[in-house]
Design a protein around this ligand. Structure first.
Ligand SMILES: NC(=O)c1ccc[n+]([C@@H]2O[C@H](COP(=O)([O-])OP(=O)(O)OC[C@H]3O[C@@H](n4cnc5c(N)ncnc54)[C@H](OP(=O)(O)O)[C@@H]3O)[C@@H](O)[C@H]2O)c1
Length: 225
């Protein structure tokens, strides 16, 4: 099978990959239809992050219009367990609204594109962790910036939370292993978490493992679609 991996282009130096990579937006669902047709794509696998709602919606719409079968690789959301002190919030806006109290030391585990929204709550001292150094300093009056792309460990995240004396973590309910270390560290230290719920995504066929996606691809190819 020939595969192409598509990146939005948010990360300056993405990890090397074993398949050809293209980078940048397609130009909405319409642009994606054109790309699927030009490249004679026979299957689409939506392996985006659970919060990439726009891309997932575009992928469903474009695959349908281009007559190409689509499957989404998904993972279950994290669930609070014993010792977790989580407060669910519906979205980023609700997380910002929840920070209207006195100054706290807050870890924003959100990615570069979303932290600017917290400038509306300048009283807090923020801990930010980005994959790349930003071109412009974040407009949060009090912040500490850590550049690290992981993988993160529970011991490392615990040290980070302790060094910053973090009193609250704000994160998205991404699910999976990659970003879960901070939650285990928060549990160990008794640090509360504002957990942002996932956005609504369109109805689509889903698989919860890479093996299941590969199996689906084999069958999609068998059927000649
Ligand atoms: N949101 C998160 O928390 C998060 C976390 C980790 C990784 N990511 C990854 O970062 C990328 C961007 O996330 P986002 O939340 O900004 O997406 P988004 O809001 O759903 O998408 C915004 C636009 O970015 C372009 N885009 C997104 N993913 C793309 C891809 N894989 N290939 C080509 N173009 C893509 C599309 O532009 P056009 O309309 O021009 O095609 C899309 O309309 C996604 O691939 C996602 O998997 C996101």
């Amino acid at each position: 099978m020939r595969a192409t991996l598509s990146y939005a282009g948010r990360t300056a130096h993405p990890r090397a990959q074993p398949v050809p990579v293209r980078v940048g937006g397609f130009g909405g669902a319409e642009g994606l239809v054109a790309w699927l047709c030009a490249e004679q794509v026979s299957c689409v696998v939506d392996a985006t992050h659970p919060f990439a709602a726009q891309m997932s919606a575009n992928a469903v719409a474009a695959a349908e219009r281009a007559g190409v079968p689509l499957v989404a690789l998904t993972r279950p959301p994290w669930r609070a367990g014993a010792g977790d002190r989580w407060t669910p919030v519906a979205d980023l806006e609700a997380a910002v609204a929840a920070l209207d109290g006195p100054p706290r030391r807050v870890m924003l585990a959100l990615g570069r594109l979303h932290v600017e929204r917290f400038a509306a709550r300048p009283q807090h001292d923020y801990l930010l962790r980005f994959v790349d150094a930003p071109e412009r300093a974040p407009s949060l009056p009090q912040h500490r910036l850590v550049i690290d792309r992981g993988p993160f460990t529970v011991a490392g995240d615990r040290r980070l939370l302790e060094a910053h004396r973090t009193e609250l973590i704000i994160c998205k309910n991404a699910g999976g292993e990659g970003a879960a270390a901070k939650l285990a560290a928060a549990r160990a230290l008794g640090v509360p978490v504002l957990m942002i719920d996932r956005p609504a995504l369109p109805e689509r066929r889903t698989c919860d493992s890479v093996a299941a996606v590969l199996h689906w691809l084999d069958h999609a190819t068998d059927r000649g679609v």
